[in-house]
Design a protein around this ligand. Sequence first.
Ligand code: SF4
Length: 77
Amino acid sequence: MTEKLRVSIDRKGCISCGTCWNGCPEFFEQNQKDACSQVIDKYRIASNPGEGEAPVEIEKMVRRAADLCPVQIIQIR
Ligand code: SF4
């Protein structure tokens, strides 16, 4: 079984700085309605834009984006 990273974005705290989607567009993107960060569709859990599962191939980039988020609202489990 392939390990996956469970990622959550506390979207209401997002300041739309763009760090996550610029640094890791493979997993994050900007929501066109509220301008906040969200998980791209194919990695979402239960269609929730704030919850996703990242494959190991992009783990480093996702972790780096979480580390760099200025308001630290990206959680990884
Ligand atoms: S890095 Fe953090 S604050 Fe910036 S867009 Fe991403 S989730 Fe929002």
